[in-house]
Each structure stands twice: as C-alpha cells, then as structure tokens.
Ligand binder design. Sequence first.
Ligand code: DUC
Ligand code: ZN
Ligand code: ZN
Length: 481
Amino acid sequence: MADFDLVVRGGTVVTGIDTMRADIGIRAGRIAAIADSLDGPAVLDAGGLLVMPGGVDTHCHIEQLRQGGTTDEETWESGSRSCLAGGTTSVVTFSMQFKGGGILEPLAEYRRRAKQAMVDYSFHQIITDPTDDVVWKEIPRIVSEGVRSLKVFLTYDPLHLDDRQFLRVLAAARRNGAFVTVHCENYAAINWRTEALLADGRTAPKYHSWARPRVVEREATHRAIALAELVDQPIQVFHVSCAEVAEEIAAAQRRGLKVWAETCPQYFVLTAADMDRPGFEGAKFMCSPAPRDAADHAGMWDMVRRGVIDVVSSDHSGWCYDSPRGKRMNGAEANFRDIPNGVPGLAARLPIMFSEGVSKGRIDVTEFVRLTATNPAKLFGLYPRKGSIAVGADADLVLWDATKRVTLTNALMQQAIDYTPFEGMEVTGWPVATVRRGEVAMRDGRVQAEPGSGQFLPRGPYPAAQPRGVLADGFDASRFA
Ligand code: DUC
Ligand code: ZN
Ligand code: ZN
C-alpha cells in the first residue's frame, strides 16, 4: 500500500535517548510511522547503517554581509551543499547589524540571499549598536517575524559592546522572549596584549593565541553570566574553548541559572601549535577563541560528559587561504591582528565529533545525537520539528556508516572555502545519505537538492528562552531600560 512516499528500511534508529532497530515511513516530508517493518513504493536501504536526526548547526556564518557590501565567500548554495555532504539539514546563521544602521534592512537583504538555501534555516540577529530604535522598535519586530535569538560580541572592532550596551540587549531580549548568544573575550585585554606583541615584533599567526589566552575568555564569560543573571535573561556562551572557561558555566548552572555552553570540533582536535606552522600556513587555524592544547581537549570531553557543554556547532566562518577576499585580505605578510579569524567546518562537524566521541568510546551514540541535533534544536526553538526522530517531526535524517574510515580532504567538504584545517585527519564514521524533509538530498557524497529548496524556520516562544523570574529585589529593570 502506497501509504508512504519513502521508507527508510533496515537501519538502527538513534535518537537523543534511544537506539532501536526500526523502519521509518515518510509522508509529505514528515515522519509518519516508526515500526519494525514498513513498506512503500520507494525504499532507501539503511541496512547496516545508523539512522540519526539530520544535524542541526546553530552557529555558522554563511554568505554573511560584510561592511562595504561584500559577503562571506561561502554562499548559501555552496554552504548548503557542504552541510548536506556532512549530514546537516538545518542551520542558524547570522544577520549583521552595521554600526550606525538598523537591523531591518540587513535582515531583509540576508533573507533574500538565503532563498538559495538547500538546507532549512533560521537566523541570529547580531546587535552591534543597541540604539533606542533597535531595542524598542526593531527587535520586537524581528522577534514577531520568528527571528528569536540575538548575538553579541564582547570583543572585536567594530562589533563589541560595552557592559552598558550588553545590558540593553539582554533587557530587550527579556522583554521580547528572545534568546541571547555571546562571544565572550575581553576586548581591552586582547587589544593591550596585541599592541605589546606587535611592539615587540611578534607578528606571526601563532601570536594570535598569545594575544587572547584562556583568562581573557574566562573573565568575559564570568561577566556575561553575571550580567545575564542581573537581567534574568537566558544565554548561551558560544565556542567555549577549554575547561577553565566551562567551569564558570558549570558554577552558574549549579546555581540554577539558565546558562548553556556551546563548543566546536576545533576545540577537540586543533592546538595553538597548529598556528605555528611555517610561513603563512598558521593562518589556516586562526579562530577565536584560539585553539588551546591537548590537555584542554581532554578537559573539554570531561565537560561534555558532565553535561556542562551540551551543544557542538561548527562556527563555520570560512576565509579562503588563497584569495584576496580571504585570509590574505591584508597581504601574505600581514601581522596576526590583520588576518581574519575563523575556520570552516560545516561538513567536518559530524564526522569529527562521531569519530573522536563515539568511535573512540568517549560518548555513546545518543549523546552524539543530543550534542549535534537534539540539544541545539531545543535551545533555539526548533524542537520537536527538528533534532529528533519522532512521528510528526520533519523527516530530516542522516544515514551513517559507523565503521567507514575516511581521511578528510577539502574535496570531501564540498565547500567554497579552499582548505580545511582538518586536512589529513583520519575519521571512523561517515554520512552515506542525507534526507531533508523526506527528500534524499545527498547520497554517497553526491548532493542532489535544488537551490531554493531550503525553508525559513520561524521560531515562536519556547521554554529555554523564558526567564526564570528571579530578579534582585524583585525589580524588573528591563521594563524601563
Ligand atoms: N570567531 C568568531 O567569533 N566568529 C567567527 C570566527 C571566529 O573565529
Ligand atoms: Zn564568536
Ligand atoms: Zn561565529
């Protein structure tokens, strides 16, 4: 009986909680049945494979607008291809506010560009200039349109906010039921050390990490948590790089605060020594916070196992190595301050986390699903439509060969960025097919989705974004300022 448009048959289904042998029946892009045996006119054979929720990458920079009218080199088309190649079916990317301007115009332009997507998508709105208009008029408007998370930077020129501005954004988020994500590093401390390093002639890429040691991340994380507690606003600390920073978050969580931690594959496999490769090569590994060292990798796994860190996204922020728009935008002799930060990772995220986590016995496969799909979907209001395998959910799946050994190359990443910092890394576990809303969008590495087939994911109110209702003296300052 042609009850289903597609049956995924014979696999081991993995959710964030359970592992079971089951077939999945898909109708009209959604999961219609999960049972021990299903039939249909079209069958995708998952024999010997894991069937997991499609990856949800809630921190990646794709075709982001830059000051001056240019954009990231990773386009919606190339970025979606890379996502699907790596088993990711939904992303949350960033709409940028340029100082002196509002947020409505860049968001409209960004939404126009995203119409080329082949994965489903939503946006975080970056706030760099929290004017009265932005916090009282424009943020309510974008939240009502389903853009329900804000991003702030506590460092980077010209993006960073001071504490007073950060409080304004936290307050606006609280008033509107929006979530806040934070890049935590101390702006003044980094600038002070950078100037000293450059004055001492230490200009090579490796000094990027000397300019921003762990303590600058720890201090800003502590401060961000304290200010969020004052406003009673839930936050996620982005890209935590080491256990000493995660301990700040663990302490907040023990006190019951709604503070979550995200990290990225680079903080489990790259080190500061990678930035010390010959010539300009170290620029390939420059991201912020900076990669730490091997002992930190072990500390990060402890934080994952303790549940302190519960989301792994890519922070894909690709800058081509050999392009005047990329890492060399200020020349091949540029000092570390003038080399753009960020590493690509859309397609590498799931294979690295599966291999380092599940294949090496550090976490079980349900934990892998929680870290890469279920928890990000819950934290950003996409659950239960995304991030799970359940009747009624979107049929976003990745069919996974847990035993396949692959050497990572940039060609396998299928991205516009011309290098991967993970080149040559051996992984065990690989995506063999990606299903996006019931459509087989990638099979054996061949992406077969159409540009424009991705859908915008509007996000309504959801539990993680709700304040706790705990305010100093019971006074809600966010109603007034
Ligand atoms: N750090 C960020 O905060 N964003 C993009 C890239 C990076 O390294
Ligand atoms: Zn950041
Ligand atoms: Zn980022």
